[in-house]
Design a protein around this ligand. Structure first.
Ligand code: UDX
Ligand code: ADP
Length: 478
């Protein structure tokens, strides 16, 4: 093939492709990295001062490498032609049409990139699946590429699976210090050679014992399995949160006690209004679809429970708000704090805020929404996909700061755990609201006793209102 990878191209300049390639460029100054996308506006943004995604630490590493060994371009054929190794990093959303609608991931973008690579390669290439794909997707990519090989003897392809495990909001930290890098490939001599080339890129900054190599299918399935396990933990603690609310137990204490068991561990046990993001729901549904296709209905049902609990948790929280606001929110102003699916990102895909807000809008509440990183256009677009656009137009105000959102509101609903929400002047907020004033904390970030002292009625996921007490000590919020 070739002795060393000198040029890397990534097709797809999104939340995965952009940060991943910025990190490779940052860590490998001798490798030329080009990120391409069919969306030329996005490429223009990557080439501007305001990057298309917000990710702590990303701006710095992009600015340091851009124009040196990191390039953003719309010329996809050229970038493919020149590359030794090509990452496919395009979106694989859940299908919203046809066979597998609402369950299977849509592979049309991955397939289209495979065909573009086949058309423009001109020389041997290593093709790396970075997008999360169902098991055996690499086989389809190989099939398309082999067809091109039949007509052009200069071509040779090796397809590797190298799923990305970064989490948004901590992408740069995760990429620079990953728990593991996973690479799957064929056991043939050529397959092993391709694996070696990719290993030699990561080896520059990732300890060798954290770079795992497996067969292609194990690698593909491991990504789905890892996301399913993580999502399952959240649904498990969220299921417990309902039991806590009904019994007077406190979900934070339960999570703490359970997580102390070293076999269980203390991470990812934060009860919430439900997980969001582009991955968990999509990947669990993809796993369910795979199991159904394999006639493993029991397994499919088991994993579907994770999604069911998540949807139930969102609905349960919205219903709680309505019930506590005297069974009607019609015409009541409600401040929504946070629209992103988690803090430190502007990404709203599958955010629980969309679902809780939509339930409230269906009850004709007036929403005043504030998020530090999500634009008004984005908020309206997401809600408009869920609720009648006229209702969104009439009932939604997007505010520039949380004080403005809360002024005149009957209630505040915290849906994203932004740190700034812990530090607001809640006495000032209380005096600007309608009374009785309520706070619904869907992220368990606020200090309920302090808020109650101010005069708020408080409700937090996983705590019974009359039992909740200060777990934050004197360093807590407010
Ligand atoms: C996830 C995986 O963590 C990552 O490894 C994979 O590559 C992509 O999918 P991401 O969706 O970016 O990453 O963020 P993550 O931190 O996993 O959070 C997902 C959702 O779960 C968020 O809505 C978050 O608020 C929620 N969450 C997370 C909880 O509700 N409780 C927790 O304890 C952890
Ligand atoms: P992810 O979170 O997986 O990175 P994103 O939606 O943020 O997903 O990014 C995927 C990117 O892939 C988008 O910017 C989209 O324009 C790009 N893309 C999709 N299909 C193609 C294609 N055939 N060629 C080039 N870019 C593509």
């Amino acid at each position: 093939m070739f002795s060393k990878v000198e040029k890397v191209t990534c097709v797809g300049a999104g939340y995965v492709g952009g940060p991943t390639c910025a990190m490779i460029a940052h860590k490998c100054p001798d490798i030329q990295v080009t990120v391409v996308d069919m969306n030329s506006e996005k490429i223009a943004e990557w080439n501007s001062e305001k990057l298309p995604i917000y990710e702590p630490g990303l701006h710095e590493i992009v600015m340091a490498a851009r124009g040196k060994n990191l390039h953003f371009s719309s010329d996809i054929p050229k970038a493919i032609r020149e590359a030794d190794l090509i990452f496919i990093s395009v979106n694989t959303p859940t299908k919203n049409y046809g066979r597998g609608k609402g369950m299977a991931p849509d592979l049309k973008y991955v397939e289209s990139v495979a065909r573009t690579i086949a058309q423009h390669a001109g020389a041997p290439k290593i093709v790396v699946e970075k997008s999360t794909v169902p098991v055996k997707a690499a086989e389809s990519i190989s099939f398309i590429l082999r067809e091109a090989q039949k007509n052009d003897t200069r071509l040779a392809f090796q397809v590797l699976s190298n799923p990305e495990f970064l989490a948004e909001g901590t992408a740069i930290r995760d990429l620079s210090n990953p728990d593991r890098v996973l690479i799957g490939g064929e056991s043939t001599k050529e397959g092993q050679e391709a694996i070696h080339h990719l290993v030699s890129i990561y080896e520059r900054w990732v300890p060798r014992d954290r770079i795992l190599t497996t067969n292609t299918w194990s690698s593909e399935l491991s990504k789905l399995a890892a996301n399913a396990f993580l999502a399952q933990r959240i649904s498990s603690i969220n299921a417990m949160s309902a039991v806590c609310e009904a019994t007077g137990a406190d979900v934070r204490e339960v999570a703490h006690a359970v997580g102390f068991d070293s076999r269980i561990g203390n991470k990812f046990l934060q009860a919430s209004v439900g997980f969001g993001g582009s991955c968990f729901q999509k990947d669990v549904l993809s796993l369910v679809y795979l199991c159904e296709s394999l006639n493993l209905q029991k397994v499919a049902d088991y994993w579907m429970g994770v999604i069911d609990i998540n949807n139930w948790q969102r609905r349960r929280f919205a219903d709680k708000i309505i019930a506590e606001l005297f069974n009607t929110v019609t015409d009541k102003r409600i401040a929504i704090f946070g629209f992103a699916f988690k803090k430190n990102t502007g990404d709203t895909r599958e955010s629980s805020s969309i679902y809780v807000s939509s339930h409230l809008l269906e009850e004709h509440a007036k929403l005043a929404i504030y998020d530090p990183k999500v634009s008004e256009k984005q908020i309206r677009m997401e809600l408009g996909n869920n609720v009648d656009k006229q209702i969104v137009e009439k009932l939604v105000t997007v505010c520039a700061d949380p004080y403005e959102a809360a002024a005149g509101a009957h209630a505040i609903v915290v849906l994203t755990e932004w740190d700034e929400f812990k530090e607001l002047d809640y006495s000032r907020i209380y005096s600007s609201m309608q009374h009785p004033a309520a706070i619904f904390d869907g992220r368990l970030i606020l200090d309920q006793p302090v808020l109650r002292d101010i005069g708020f009625r408080t409700f937090a996921i996983g705590t019974a209102p009359d039992q909740a007490y200060n777990l934050f000590g004197s360093s807590g919020c407010c």
